[in-house]
Design a protein around this ligand. Structure first.
Ligand SMILES: [Mg+2]
Length: 399
């Protein structure tokens, strides 16, 4: 039996071409893309990679747990490995992002891209352009024109104002301006609150209803996360009330079980679990299955880094929803662009006139640029079945 023989952990911090101020964390201006990167190597030399967003030292201590839980394990036994990721979670540390690395190995073993291994036949994904910053309506019009000219037929914008009239004016302006040329959707970023740097409005069910009315009046494609993520009952009420599709579900760290219950409760019209947060590739596909059964839609969230984008692309390409749904393509010029975000990949994940061609290489289908990894990454933990090394200086330098 093939086993996991070595594990390496890196922290990567690569410069973005321009500052980026994400709407979901008011007050933050990012100058780099930063993440934790894991490399599992089997005893016969097959490598599985994955990465998860990480600003500083929050996962610096992960190595000991990884060594104890994963060295010597069968990399193909996703169920057992997922149980071990759950053991980490019980200890307070959610790491579903590790699971796609095992699929990377499984796909390489089979000589197939992961989505094909999972039975997927959709080689091209229709994308929507997913913006990340709050902009004023004039800038938003320019941005939409640009995306339309590049081949996108759907764009998602962000609102996050204290004054609900400002939010409603914003969606009405852009939807009316692009009417008949481009579909517009909106992400309200209400499901989780990252208010450590600056406070943000917290919508009530009543405010969400008024917003959904305005969104329906200007025929938005969907309204995303208009309520706090654990308010499942209120979400179901909102969905019942709304004339516009309600979407959400990206960061439900309890994974399949919670999302399947939300489907039963009727929380959303479109489910968007992100494999990196919500149970890995396997559980995301289980969610897609119950979405089919319930007659609701599915299209994963992808906004984290290139590894998150591609892991979720494999889920979507295998989900059976690619023929009817668009898939999230994060793009927020000039700061958040593929060549900056994917600095340690040989080829950034580029779109082609609003479409994404699934990579055909076995596994998740990217190649690490080892020179770039050396430049922007620091290995801070290495373990094999024989020995374990912490790099104290690299750990100290993490920030
Ligand atoms: Mg979202």
């Amino acid at each position: 039996m093939q086993v996991i023989d070595r594990i390496e952990l890196y922290h990567v911090n690569a410069p973005l071409p321009a500052p980026f101020a994400p709407s979901w964390m008011p007050g933050l201006v990012r100058h780099t893309v930063s993440f934790y990167l894991v490399r599992f190597i089997t005893d016969d030399g097959v490598e599985g990679w994955s990465a998860f967003t990480g600003a500083g030292r929050e996962r610096a201590g992960l190595g000991d747990n990884l060594a104890g839980l994963f060295l010597g394990q069968d990399p193909e036994d996703i169920e057992r490995l997922s149980e071990r990721i759950h053991i980490l979670a019980v200890g307070g540390n959610f790491n579903w992002w590790l699971e796609p690395a095992f699929w990377d190995i499984k796909g390489k073993n089979a000589g197939l891209p992961v989505y094909k291994l999972l039975g997927g036949t959709d080689d091209r994904l229709r994308l929507y352009a997913s913006s990340g910053e709050i902009r004023d309506p004039g800038e938003r019009r320019e941005e939409a024109e640009k995306r339309l000219a590049e081949g996108f037929d759907t764009m998602k914008i962000r609102v996050h104002d204290w004054d609900e009239k400002v939010d409603i004016e914003h969606i009405s302006d852009i939807a009316t301006y692009m009417q008949g040329r481009m579909k517009i959707s909106v992400d309200c970023n209400q499901a989780f609150r990252l208010t450590q740097l600056a406070d943000a409005p917290k919508w009530s069910l009543e405010r969400a209803k008024r917003f959904a009315d305005a969104a329906a009046d200007v025929e938005l494609a969907w309204v995303e996360e208009p309520l706090f993520g654990e308010w499942h009952e209120e979400m179901a009420q909102l969905r019942d009330y709304s004339r516009v599709p309600i979407a959400g579900g990206e960061l439900h760290v309890m994974g399949y079980r919670e999302l399947a219950r939300m489907v039963k409760m009727g929380c959303y019209d479109i489910y968007q679990p992100d494999a990196m947060w919500a149970g890995g590739i396997k559980q995301s596909l289980d969610v897609a299955r119950v979405c089919h059964e319930a007659g609701v839609k599915f299209s994963p969230h992808t906004w984290s880094n290139g590894f998150g984008f591609i892991a979720n692309a494999h889920v979507f390409a295998a989900s059976g929803f690619a023929g009817e749904m668009v898939f999230e393509y994060p793009l927020n010029e000039p700061g958040w662009v593929p060549h900056g975000r994917d600095a340690i990949m040989m080829k950034p994940m580029m779109h082609d006139r609003g479409w994404f061609d699934m990579p055909q290489a076995p596994g998740l289908g990217f190649e690490i640029d080892h020179k770039a990894l050396e430049k922007y990454g620091r290995c801070f933990f290495k373990a094999s079945r024989r020995e374990t090394h912490w790099m104290p200086q690299a750990l100290a330098d993490l920030l």
